[in-house]
Design a protein around this ligand. Sequence first.
Ligand code: BG6
Length: 254
Amino acid sequence: NTMRELKGLNSLEIQVKKSLGVGKVIIVSGNSDDSPWVKSELGRACAICMKGILAGENIIAVTGGTTMAAVAEMLTPELSKEMVFVPARGGIGEDVQNQANTICAKMAERTQAKHRVLYVPDQVSSEMYQTIVKEPLIHDVLTLIKSANIVLHGIGDAITMAERRKTSPEDLAKLIERKAVSEAFGYYFNEAGEIVHKVHTIGMQLDDLANVEHVIAVAGGASKAKAIRSYMKQVRPNTILITDEGAAKELLNM
Ligand code: BG6
């Protein structure tokens, strides 16, 4: 519409898409670092985008984070389709309100859809892991996750995320030494987009993303520009990036 044209958002979308090489870019006005309502706008844009792609039966894998929590707030029963929301991965150290399990439950409640939970402890031995994944209930959820046709995820600044997750001093030092810039799904990446560290947990692994029909990444705020660029360094043609003007302008200045 005219408002978007006046603000140059459409042309900004084209520039960011070209610069990052992602499938599609949607930009909302404002900078979520400065105004909290911009995060809600990111959520609204994600809800609209989902409406456009939902068809038939959907298994939607979701990560945690405050942005995904904002997406949940914007979903409405109007979206109602065959949907089951599942957390993308097991515990990666978030507070309960930011956890994927909590967000999936909220999304399902707001759209009158279904959800499944994946409760795995954050720190377990690999033997324990082998046992856990064989549990029938967990096994079922893992099968659902592996067949997700839509993934919704956030992108974070590496050190911000590591601190928020109360990462051990050893791992934090490793992240700093390896110059981690971004984080998504519990994976940490450097500026070149290479994985420099990964939180060990079950569920979706980064390689699985390539087989997912629609991947929607939602992340905004000028402070996340570097992180967004780093994470998008891998070719991500099936990814739709939903971001804000603050992040977009900063991205293009880099
Ligand atoms: C986490 C996701 O929960 O949220 C991460 O697992 C993501 O992949 C992060 O980087 C982003 O959080 P926020 O609060 O900045 O949206």
